[in-house]
Design a protein around this ligand. Structure first.
Ligand SMILES: OC[C@H]1O[C@](O)(CO)[C@@H](O)[C@@H]1O
Length: 300
């Protein structure tokens, strides 16, 4: 990755845009969209590649993104499929589970020529595994991965929509992998890791997938960053959890932006953990959080 503090950063996020439907209300969501919104709030020009249906939910997503200055030039509109909707269930600890409608418009992102130039010029390209559940979007992603210069995989495993084969392929192509602790364990086992420790499994995946940068989140207990052969740790910030929806997405967005801006890995990790905690302490995936609020929270 080329660290460049001077030019204005621009990032492309690829994948699901949808409405998270909670028992009493709905909130905008989709992991790559959550990343795009948070990066944008941190001052990075972000473009979303996705697809919505020709319906009210789709119009609402487009206007939300436009209001928040996330470019929608590459959000396709289809008459054949509905805009994505996800039923979100929150348990007593604030942890979420998802019922993700299929097929949704974002399963059908078609490859176009102008996307190639957009992606090849971007400082970073963010994608996840859920978007691979349908062949149309998966092939488009595969094509774009060959163009992107810094590829960030946010695994975001959503059962039953992934296979170890697809995951391994995505990890092999990625320059940076983000997992949570459960995902690390699951993937290490699937890949026949002989280890039990966190660090050994991270190194194992790094070697197997030829990836120098891996970050693993640990919920309330912070995160571990393996960055060019060194480990960095943050043990978490205390927050009363409202719901964990999108906390990992905002964490990743913040971490990547800080690293791209040339901050030290440790400082970038600390800042990202604080943002993740603040999101978990608010409703939905995309609460507004100011720089002032983050700094104040980190001083507690
Ligand atoms: O992307 C699938 C689901 O995961 C989330 O992004 C949270 O990480 C939700 O907003 C969405 O419904």
């Amino acid at each position: 990755m080329i660290m460049n503090k001077k030019h204005a950063l621009n990032v492309v996020c690829f994948g699901e845009v949808l409405w998270d439907v909670f028992p009493t209300h709905k909130k905008i969501g989709g992991a790559p969209l959550n990343v795009a919104l948070r990066m944008n709030s941190l001052g990075v020009k972000t473009t979303m590649i996705s697809c919505v249906g020709k319906d009210e939910n789709g119009e609402d997503i487009l206007s939300f993104l436009n209001q928040h200055n996330v470019s929608t030039d590459f959000v396709q509109i289809t008459e054949k499929y509905k805009t994505g909707v996800v039923n979100v269930m929150i348990n007593e600890k604030g942890n979420a589970s998802y019922d993700i409608s299929y097929p949704s418009a974002w399963d059908k992102i078609e490859k176009t020529k102008p996307m190639d130039a957009l992606v090849s010029k971007a400082d970073a390209f963010v994608f996840g595994s859920l978007v691979c559940r349908d062949e149309v979007s998966r092939l488009t992603l595969d094509h774009l991965l060959a163009k992107a210069k810094y590829k960030i995989l946010d695994a975001n495993l959503r059962a039953p929509y992934y296979t170890t084969e697809i995951l391994t392929d995505l990890m092999l192509k990625a320059d940076f992998i983000k997992l949570n602790d459960e995902e690390l364990l699951e993937l290490s086992k699937e890949m026949d890791s002989p280890y039990n420790s966190f660090e050994q499994n991270i190194k194992f995946i790094a070697e197997r997938t030829n990836t120098k940068q891996i970050c693993v989140t640990k919920g309330a207990f912070g995160a571990v960053l393996y960055y060019n052969d060194k480990f960095y740790y943050n043990s978490g910030y205390f927050i009363k959890v409202v719901d964990t929806v999108g906390a990992g997405d905002s964490f990743l967005a913040t971490l990547i932006v800080r690293l791209l801006k040339g901050k030290s890995p440790q400082k970038a990790l600390n800042y990202a953990c604080a943002v993740g905690a603040l999101v978990a302490g608010s409703e939905g995936a995309n609460p507004d959080i100011s720089g002032k609020e983050i700094k104040k929270f980190m001083m507690i």
